[in-house]
Design a protein around this ligand. Structure first.
Ligand code: NDP
Length: 249
């Protein structure tokens, strides 16, 4: 496997955390990056860091809960760089709460971003990948996509769903012999803005303490994603589950 990559990579949720770290690392490795998220100022700052000339990267303000926005992001990649090699469904939020708090709006938001956002990403990228008989989806699930705990029911539900969707897509593309690869990335605690979405005061402090005690840097996940991309095309990392060494569950 080489250190040089030359792929067109689209990243949703590229304005912070894992998406930002991945955009920066993959740009450094020679890939062309298309960034999508809602916070334009953040995207502009990241663009400055990875591509001062605007030739190797592009961004578009994207809300992954809007199908048209996600289609437009794919169109930007196709218009500017001519293809989509890798689509990283990374945008997500984690407003943990126990069910008795009835935070129905937050449940809906998690379903919209964490599940429907991934489906819109698949819809936007799969046709051109099928046509070229080449492509790679990288979908962010979580350790929470393997196990759950009080307060994490809806978030876990969305991350279990990401794994189910990804596995069925993988099977379909294998049958179709489309050469479209699917990789699930399932991290444990990573030091990002993710816990900031928690509004349940009974849970917030404990989760922040856990993150402060064990979380690893988002660069670790970026390196893992780069590794999955770099695997020779006849082989796919179907899922990579990774945790901080000191994280128990
Ligand atoms: P961050 O909060 O740092 O990043 C989340 C990203 O998602 C931001 O760029 C945000 O951008 C974007 N986002 C949120 N809502 C939308 C939306 N409607 N449309 C487009 N983009 C959106 O967290 P992480 O980097 O940690 O999270 C990235 C992924 O990793 C998530 O799917 C998360 O579930 C997963 N993950 C994270 C773990 C962790 O411990 N940090 C562990 C396991 C999985 P903006 O607000 O600008 O739109």
């Amino acid at each position: 496997m080489s250190n040089i990559q030359d792929k067109v990579v689209i990243i949703t949720g590229a304005s912070s955390g894992i998406g930002e770290a991945t955009a920066k690392l993959l740009a450094k490795k020679g890939n062309k990056i298309v960034l999508g998220a809602r916070r334009e100022e953040r995207l502009k700052e990241i663009m400055k860091d990875i591509d001062t000339e605007g030739e190797l990267a592009a961004y578009q303000v994207t809300d992954v809960t809007k199908h048209d926005d996600v289609e437009d992001l794919a169109k930007l990649a196709l218009d500017k760089f001519g293809r989509i090699d890798v689509w990283i469904n990374n945008a997500g939020l984690m407003p943990h709460s126990t069910f008795d708090k009835l935070k129905v709006k937050e449940w809906e938001r998690m379903v919209d971003v964490n599940i429907k956002g991934v489906l819109y990403g698949i819809a936007a990228a799969l046709p051109s990948m099928r046509e070229r008989k080449s492509g790679h989806f990288i979908n962010l699930s979580s350790v929470a996509g393997h196990q759950t705990h009080p307060g994490g029911g809806v978030y876990s539900g969305t991350k279990y769903a990401v794994r189910a969707i990804s596995e069925a897509l993988r099977q379909e593309e294998a049958v179709a012999k489309s050469n479209v690869r699917v990789t699930i990335i399932s991290p444990g605690a990573v030091a990002t803005e993710l816990p900031n979405t928690i509004t349940d005061e009974d849970l917030k402090q404990g989760i922040n303490q856990l993150y402060e005690a064990v979380a690893i840097s988002p660069e670790r996940i970026a390196e893992t994603i780069a590794f999955a991309i770099d695997t020779p095309s006849d082989t796919t990392m179907n899922e990579i589950l990774l945790r901080p060494t000191v994280q128990e569950v």
